[in-house]
Design a protein around this ligand. Sequence first.
Ligand code: CU
Length: 390
Amino acid sequence: MNTRRGLVLAVLLVTLAVAGGLASAGDRGVGGSTTAAADKGVTAVNAAAVAPAGERPGGCSVIDRRMDLYAVELPKDPVTNQIRLGYGLTPQTASYPGPLIEMIEGQCLAITLHNQVPQATLEQLRLDPNHPIGVSLHTHGVKYTQMSDGTVHSNSFVPPGGSRTYIWYAQPRNTNTGAQGTAGYWWYHDHVVGGPHGTPGIRSGLFGGLVVRRQGDPRPDRTYVLAFGDRQTINLRRSSEADTCDEQNPVPGPTCVVAKLGEKVEFLVIGIGDDMHTFHVHGHSWADTRTGVIEGTGALANSIPIIDNKTVGPGDTFGARVIAGESVGPGHWMLHCHMQFHSDLGMSTTFHVLDENGAMTAHAGHAPANPVQAAPAGGGQDAPAHGNHG
Ligand SMILES: [Cu+2]
């Protein structure tokens, strides 16, 4: 009888939560009442369905922007057969990494996360059978309250089939209060799938890049999010799987890093998993600053190092800004971890720089299809393979 009563209560609470969410579609952003979350008797799953009202970080008085984010199950990894999950702006466009989220300091963003990952899949990913089932959205760098932390501890996660609104505030710098601001390169990720740290969630693909710009920051033409992870992976893929560019019509994406000559390209590099890595790209270098660019020519600007290799540890993020092919021309530029045994094991991909017409020039970056077997006789150019990433 208790079970039955509990079930009825649960259904009522979920109904209330949905109604509350709809009713608060104004500027409040977070829907629902705080009743369920405050009631200690409510199960974690039911409480998680309710995003309490008024849960905004200090300074975030109005929601400037809203977006939906879907967590879905993707086809299994073609190589390892692991479960793959992804975030997407629509369920159909979910990927790993998830979509780049861009904010400007001062902005208050409400993101409604819809958990469409099947319950059975989430159960399969559990490290502990008593761990709650759900997906969350946890972020770095920007401001959020406990209710947008995306953890089990704060019941700020989403059960299968549910939705929840998270609020992020890109707090601006304030010289009066000493607030440093939030501009920088960050990442967001699940913190609940499989365990209290979301380790199986991240490992499955539930992560993405977040960049917060300051008003007036130089803007890139393209941004690529590259997560350096365990098992010597870039974006959870190794070697040839990390580079799926169609040479005729390369479509930018998590496995196709491509730009036209002269384009300003921004790499947002994330360290995930348990290993240290180094991010290195051939033929290009960047300023080791907050934006990857040096502004001004004073003594301070002159003291900034220009680098082409940077260490990234677990949870670290940074941005690197390059001008595609600047001074070096189009080609298939290697991009890899410089821990040698990592690159040897496949932690390598390619930055394809096309000419000004969007084509790969005939002379650029050609390499023997297999450097071991196809040693050039007489110094001639071999087949136009774009290998170089194994
Ligand atoms: Cu590495």
